[in-house]
Design a protein around this ligand. Structure first.
Ligand code: GLU
Length: 312
């Protein structure tokens, strides 16, 4: 048994769609082939967007395709104390501060208000010089003092990555006014305490990885995970698969009578495992999957894919 640990970290903000399934299958196949442990962690901290029942549905859909994990399902919101502890540690060193500025106020202050992809950039000019030496969860947002430097890492699929978070997003939020850790903090704290060595996820999170590395360093967390960011599935318009592309929920095709092998077959076709759509078992996918032959670019979900899933 290897000592490597990975995690599947769905956000219960909606149903599992074909794009999520592909990323999870790739993660699962690499882990099972390598003998790594797989943690299932429900990331339910984005509370305004969390949908009741979505977590159970996600898990049910994954079990239906026979995708399994090891140990109990962990629910992020149920264990906030390790994140509070991290906040105390950061605050004790002046690395976080409470911030009540609104979006409009931040936009007004930033000379180039938006970083990458329209993201709001929080300029260091708005960072208070005097910062509290302790953390009080007083229902305000808290931001992390982002050092201005280039963060580099070697991604197991995407190759050498270099980002400069100070320019791309500036001081990002690590604790929210809802009284919960924000995603960036929770993910590094939980990955470290759960012993995660390998993070495999969609490449929409490449920019986040650089921010997470800054937090990992500030908190001196270990292990620092190895990252593999894989391309996303997009709709015919080139945008990330979502509701606008119709109903791409795995559960929808299941309800229409598709067998798991039909879905896995499409995933195999999309992942360089088989040259054309065909029925494929999850163990066949696992045994044949190879990161080296995973298509380099985004995968487009087409009407032929949809027709394949609807065939009986
Ligand atoms: N919960 C995140 C999502 O569903 C994934 C976070 C991660 O893998 O780091 O987008």
């Amino acid at each position: 048994m290897s000592s490597r640990v990975t995690r599947l970290a769905p956000s219960p903000t909606g149903a599992l769609h074909l794009g999520n399934l592909r990323t999870f299958l790739i993660n699962w196949a690499l882990a099972r082939r390598g003998g790594w442990r797989i943690i299932m962690r429900i990331e339910d901290l984005d509370s305004p967007r969390v949908k009741p029942g979505a977590a159970d549905e996600l898990l049910d859909t994954l079990r239906w395709v026979d995708l399994d994990w090891d140990g109990p399902v962990l629910v992020q919101s149920q264990e906030m104390e390790p994140c509070r502890e991290a906040m105390r540690s950061l605050a004790g060193r002046g690395l976080v501060y409470p911030c009540e500025l609104s979006r409009t106020e931040i936009e007004a202050a930033a000379s180039a208000p938006h970083g990458r992809e329209g993201e709001l950039r929080f300029p260091s000019s708005l960072r208070p010089a005097a910062r509290p030496g302790g953390f009080a969860d007083d229902r305000t947002n808290w931001r992390f003092v982002v050092p201005d430097r280039i963060v580099e890492f070697e991604d197991g699929f995407a190759g050498r990555i270099a980002r400069r978070p100070a320019i791309e997003c500036g001081d990002f939020v690590v604790w929210t006014k809802r009284g919960q850790a924000a995603y960036q903090l929770a993910v590094v704290v939980d990955d470290a305490r759960q012993g995660v060595t390998d993070v495999i996820r969609g490449d929409d999170l490449v920019d986040s990885a650089a921010r997470q590395i800054l937090l990992i360093e500030a908190l001196q967390l270990s292990p620092q995970p190895r990252y593999v960011h894989v391309p996303l599935v997009v709709g015919p318009d080139g945008r990330r698969l979502a509701k606008r592309h119709g109903d791409t929920r795995v559960a929808q095709y299941r309800a229409l009578g598709a067998a798991p092998e039909r879905l896995i077959g499409l995933m195999g076709f999309w992942s360089g495992v088989i040259p054309r759509r065909a029925l494929l078992s999850i163990s066949e996918f696992r045994d044949a999957f190879d990161l080296a032959t995973l298509p380099r670019g985004p995968i487009t979900f087409t009407s032929e894919d949809d027709q394949w899933l609807r065939q009986r």
